[in-house]
Write a protein of this length. Structure first.
Length: 107
């Protein structure tokens, strides 16, 4: 009987390394000064193109695109196509969700 309890406790301690890696990538995406600056800039402007972002923030186009790709993959920015233009906007719900998780972790 004691052995069964030990086994069940061990089963409860499983850690999903893949899920943890994915979660770490989400936190890393927002824990970067330039990406935070990009998020703030997009938020101030509502919807904006990558061209407007790199011109106003004085970035190389490739740098802006790489950081936007990271933010998009983590779910912090949303894209919307209008003809040949792609507009970026902030997913405020996603940011709030991650902020709440971070707060819960620090309790």
């Amino acid at each position: 009987m004691i052995m069964e309890k030990t086994l069940s406790v061990k089963e409860d301690l499983k850690i999903d390394a893949i899920q943890l890696k994915k979660a770490a990538l989400v936190f890393r995406a927002v824990n970067h000064k330039l990406r935070q600056q990009i998020i703030k800039f997009i938020n101030q402007n509502g919807k904006i193109t990558v061209t407007q972002i790199y011109v106003k923030l004085r970035l190389e186009q490739s740098v802006a695109s790489q950081h936007l790709a990271i933010l998009r993959k983590a779910g912090f920015v949303i894209t919307e196509r209008d003809g040949k233009f792609i507009y970026y906007s902030v997913d405020k719900n996603r940011l709030a969700e991650v902020h709440k998780i971070a707060q819960d972790l620090l309790k």
